[in-house]
Design a protein around this ligand. Structure first.
Ligand SMILES: CC(C)(COP(=O)(O)OP(=O)(O)OC[C@H]1O[C@@H](n2cnc3c(N)ncnc32)[C@H](O)[C@@H]1OP(=O)(O)O)[C@@H](O)C(=O)NCCC(=O)NCCS
Length: 167
């Protein structure tokens, strides 16, 4: 696979090296094939966000799974042969909007998410964008995780906040 700088310009694939206690592990980002990966994205999005949203704005399967219909925005995360997560980005003015970042529960707490976040920040820099922007529900434990990763609150809404980080 030929990689040009941060990500392959044609399809967004990339390799991300994550330091571990006994060396490092390489995660592969691969393009989203909606036929193959759609069920994975929908199942984990429902699992991760439906309970949270049912307590606040409500979960509507059709509406809340709508963004998965733009597979170009998605990158699937693989560890060796295992599909372990996904992320999605889109450009929004001078920002790269992080639409979602998800890992399966068995792979959390190992620094993978932070490494993926840094990768997203490098994509923004490589594209000449000024910042990362995202929305997170106040009740989501990821709210604190983003703060610890130096994301600031740019706008407060009833149930969620818009966060930004300059890159
Ligand atoms: C949010 C999410 C992507 C974070 O990914 P993650 O891989 O668990 O994140 P990290 O491992 O990098 O960081 C989590 C914690 O594990 C710790 N950690 C990092 N490397 C570690 C390692 N090698 N071993 C043990 N713990 C480690 C970090 O200290 C961090 O703690 P902190 O939150 O106090 O800073 C993941 O929790 C997730 O998929 N959540 C559900 C979906 C979601 O809510 N997504 C965000 C909104 S779209």
């Amino acid at each position: 696979m030929i990689l040009e700088g941060i990500e392959n310009k044609m399809n967004g694939s990339a390799h991300i090296v994550v330091p571990t206690s006994d060396g490092s592990i390489t995660l592969d980002l691969v393009p989203c094939d909606p036929t193959v990966h759609g069920p994975f994205i929908r199942a984990w999005s429902r699992e991760n966000f439906a309970p949270l949203m049912e307590r606040t704005v409500g979960w509507n399967e059709a509406r809340n799974q709508e963004e998965q219909q733009v597979p170009e925005r998605y990158r699937m995360v693989r560890e060796h042969d295992d599909l372990i997560g996904c992320l999605a980005v889109r450009e929004e003015g001078d920002a790269l909007y992080l639409q979602t970042i998800q890992l399966v529960p068995t792979r959390r707490g190992r620094g993978y998410g932070t490494a993926l976040l840094h990768h997203v920040e490098r994509i923004a820099q490589a594209r000449g964008l000024q910042r990362i922007r995202l929305r997170v529900y106040k009740e989501n434990p990821a709210y604190d995780w983003y703060r610890r990763n130096k994301y600031r609150v740019a706008q407060v809404e009833q149930h969620s906040v818009i966060m930004e980080k300059d890159v």
